[in-house]
Design a protein around this ligand. Structure first.
Ligand code: GDP
Ligand code: IMO
Ligand code: MG
Length: 430
């Protein structure tokens, strides 16, 4: 039996990781977010209530779990405090169950300012949450970490130096003056820090000494991974399995005790700019958006929609070493007469079945489709295989045969209980 479980996004984010992590967390003692920041928006529907988590791991909604904000994340303290307070106000006692890494880097106002300035040229379509600039500062060795806040003088010095650097850049590169007040940013940061000070921990040690079962909750998706995704139209962290070790501070060997599963929609969506070979721009794309409620959980932006791309999904299976796939939102395809799935790309008359690194090549690829008959029956909320139309099962069979990975679970609606196992892990030993 594998003790731990990793849940990743297999596509361009928003696959339904929140829903899946929430329901699986019932069997785990600790849930860990380890990369990204408040760019994530993980939605959970429990008992008619909707929760959208940005920084806390989704599993925190279960009262028995502990939640870790690990070192690979970039943390906007103000938003973290707000998220914790809001959950407390909604009757969920989370405060004493959250552990925040002392090594995590902070997102500050000047990162958000830079994010918006960078977006004016060479647009990526970011969430404007300061994620890219915060990681830039981290790797540029000028970041502010949670542990620095213990030392107010050091904190102030780092903030002040960074503000001078950012103001200089604004003036010299963008010919703009931006009023950034070191004193004000410092005060606000320290105020928020006081609120969470007792929740700060060496989360690597915490995890190394922990005997229970741990679920690692990926944010974004493999195709947004800084190394394996559609660079430069990606996020600034390793959203694939590659991010686990540096994101948690745990040795790679630790994860030999984990199963690796990823979540994919039964079709594809993406928010922001960048290549999307199976994108549908007309009526079918709108229908997917409308039926799937495809609007960003963080920014409210309409998501671009298209058919399932098995070339991209195979890339995710390979680079993550997946043991299983969870398919969500199959119910959104209920209305379609025909459903298509991309099995290869065509470039200049040649077929390719692997996901290319080159953006120039990706911009030229044309999807090659296999067409399936739609089932045109309501599958929302289906709880067993026997409730599924044969056409839907044919579709799922084709996906697992193509990918050589079992589809372990089907999610059939946004609610916690709307799912069933296709391949029941023995005795629930995931
Ligand atoms: P995440 O970022 O991967 O957690 O996904 P988001 O929460 O951003 O977006 C997924 C959306 O799909 C949310 O609104 C979920 O409530 C919803 N959802 C998840 N699973 C299903 C499903 O199986 N069917 C339907 N119709 N909606 C789902
Ligand atoms: P979850 O965890 C979907 C996208 C942005 C943009 C690119 C870079 O909810 O699946 P960033 O703000 O990270 O610098 O933006 O990445 N993006 C997401 N898309 N789901 C997410 O998170 C995303 N987080 C970032 O839209 O294209
Ligand atoms: Mg999301």
């Amino acid at each position: 039996m594998k003790r731990h479980l990793v849940i990743l996004g297999a596509q361009w984010g928003d696959e339904g990781k929140g829903k899946v992590v929430d329901l699986l967390s019932a069997d785990f003692d600790m849930v860990v977010r380890y990369q990204g920041g408040s760019n994530a928006g993980h939605t959970v529907m429990v008992g008619g209530e909707k929760f959208v988590l940005h920084l806390l791991p989704t599993g925190i909604l279960h009262q028995h779990t502990a939640g870790v904000v690990a070192q690979g994340m970039v943390v906007d303290l103000e938003l973290l405090v707000k998220e914790m307070e809001e959950l407390q106000q909604r009757g969920l006692k989370v405060w004493d169950r959250v552990f925040i890494s002392d090594r995590a880097h902070l997102v500050l106002e000047y990162h958000k300012l830079l994010d918006s300035l960078f977006e004016r040229k060479g647009k990526i379509g970011t969430t404007l949450r300061g994620i890219g600039p915060s990681y830039m500062f981290k790797y540029g060795r000028r970041g502010l970490r949670v542990c620095d806040l213990q030392d107010p003088d050091r904190t102030y010095k780092i903030i002040k130096e960074n503000i001078e650097f950012v103001s200089d850049m604004c003036e010299k590169v963008y010919c703009e003056n931006h009023k950034l007040d070191a004193g004000e940013i410092f005060e606000r940061t320290m105020e928020n820090y006081k609120k969470i000070r007792d929740r700060v921990a060496d989360t690597t040690r915490l995890l190394l000494n922990f005997g229970g079962r741990v679920l690692f909750e990926g944010a974004q998706g493999t195709m947004l991974d800084i190394d394996m995704g559609t660079y430069p139209y990606v996020t600034s962290s390793n959203a694939s399995a590659l991010g686990l070790s540096n994101g948690t501070g745990l040795p790679p060997r630790y994860f030999s005790e984990a199963n690796f599963w990823a979540v994919s929609k039964a079709y594809t969506t993406r928010v922001g700019e960048g290549p999307f070979p199976t994108e549908l721009e007309g009526r079918e794309g709108e229908l997917l958006r409308e039926k799937g409620g495809e609007y960003g959980a963080t920014t409210g932006r309409p998501r671009r929609c298209g058919w399932l791309d098995l070339v991209a999904l195979k890339h995710a299976v390979d680079v993550n070493g997946l043991d299983g796939l969870i398919i969500t939102k199959l119910d959104v395809l209920d209305a379609f007469e025909e459903i298509r799935v991309c099995t290869a790309y065509e470039v200049d008359g040649e077929l390719i079945d692997h996901f290319p690194a080159s953006l120039s090549l990706l911009q030229k690829v044309k999807p090659v489709y296999k067409t399936f008959r739609g089932w045109q029956r309501d599958t929302r909320g289906a709880k067993s295989l026997s409730m599924m139309p044969s056409e839907a099962l044919e579709y799922i069979d084709f996906i697992q045969e193509y990918l050589h990975v079992p589809v372990v679970m089907l999610s059939t609606g946004p609610k916690r209980e709307e799912y069933f196992w296709l391949y029941e892990p023995v005795g629930k030993e995931l």
